[in-house]
Design a protein around this ligand. Sequence first.
Ligand code: ASP
Length: 586
Amino acid sequence: MYRTHNCGELRLENAGQEVTLAGWVQRTRKMGGMTFLDLRDRYGLTQIVFDNQASPALTEAANHLGREYVVQVTGKVAERSSKNANLPTGDIEINATDLKILNPSEVPPFTIEDDTDGGDELRMKYRYLDIRRAAVRKNLELRHRMTMEVRRYLDSKGFLEIETPMLVGSTPEGARDFVVPSRMNQGQFYALPQSPQTLKQLLMVAGIDRYFQIVKCFRDEDLRADRQPEFTQIDCEMSFIHQDDIINTFEGMAKHLFKEIRGIELTEPFLRMTWADAMRLYGSDKPDMRFGMTFVELMDVMKGHGFPVFDNAAYIGGICAKGAAHYTRKQLDQLTDFVKRSQIGAKGLVYARVGEDGTVKSSVDKFYDQEALQALRKAMDAEPGDLILIMSGDDAMKTRKQLCELRLEMGRQLGLRDKNKFACLWVVDFPMFEWSDEEQRLMAMHHPFTHPKAEDIPMLDTKPEDVRADAYDMVINGVEVGGGSIRIHDSKLQAKMFEILGFTPERAQEQFGFLMNAFKYGAPPHGGLAYGLDRWVSLFAGLDSIRDCIAFPKNNSGRDVMLDAPAPLDQKQLDELALAIVKNDK
Ligand code: ASP
């Protein structure tokens, strides 16, 4: 027997028992005639004591243990004289009577403690050591508990978990595919699924009625803090439902997770906002609703006073930062620099402080007299002590997005984005299409299988850009944690959709014939959604990046630095696949 207990379970009531523990040496310290060893495993940390007087040889052996040695210790549980309230096992220690080294360890490349000295890249290279740290391990435990709760909830609602293939065909819409060459079909490629979208729809045609899958998806996109080339979706689909049924079912799941995982009971229905309102009031389709600071359009108020920047603008909008009139010139300059950064790309920022006496002082006083500034104050609903920040530009959508960044930054600076506060929102009525400058055509904003709103269908031919979709996203604290739509289940409407997206009938048939043909055999009305598991876990864990809730993540250039992947193939493998590398820049 390697152990009688784990390193996290012994308590005062075990005092006097003889126990055996096994684990890793977190550290040893010598104090007088005693040597203390912190023994660690997945469950916790237990203090072991070696008494030089009682057993000199054993203590000598303990003094030679290195960090991360795997050891087995036998001894008697005793009450500690100086207890450690921060440790669940902190009331006891083990007086060692035996020590066995099960496996020595080289000196680890970074300290395996909560506060590590290891940088990101090093920790990823030795991820198996990083996971020994409680901070990382806890995220994986949280992830496990969440997937268990997801399964429990969906099972209770009659959903079946069904696996779909990982080797599928490449589809032209959406992100770039990761592709896999086929040896048996030379010159041909599989693609890894960007999502099981069409397959889950086929399961609805198959009569499965309620499907889910906790599934890996792959997208060859540029990476960000909340993006990995492979990520996990909680993918769901239902038949014979309307948008409200889906929203209710998955709002129910969100509430279930909040309650079971975070102990937070959300009783109110989640807020719902149209995409148009979200863009108008927050400049974003995923607004952070933990705080207000909504946009006020100021075209009427600010134009016509001789300030050329505003007079020529296509959009002028302001936000009111409550109680922030104390911002110094330096802080305001920093905000101006912030909006001018290349990622945001604004030209500048105008500000106005409302003094305690109600008078307004602005950075454009030259053009606006007090009367005009009071009109501004009124429009902004600003009170004494508030700070008004105004941005403008010649592209309304772009300027709104810039103002959105400023709003988020102000929310951060004013402490309004508390990680332990959660603001949940459904954004609904997304546009069906968006214009792509790159492709010079309309693209589906969600995906081409999304159902247009019934009342907007007549506009498909005349004003497709105004057509709204039965599409919805769930947004929590400014993070899109999931999204979905009601689907087209009529093969003719589906064909029309592909036509608007610029597919010839032949190409649509070639790429999506399997779906349109299936729709001819009695497809039920259906719809669904996918939640991003990684984002949910990082939200609940309070992480800034989804990386730390993934056991073996990729770095920012999409590399697995531990496995050193991707990597070139041997000539033999290339030959088998009938592949030739024509260009290799590296
Ligand atoms: N397949 C969609 C996505 O990956 C989600 C859905 O519409 O269910 O975004």
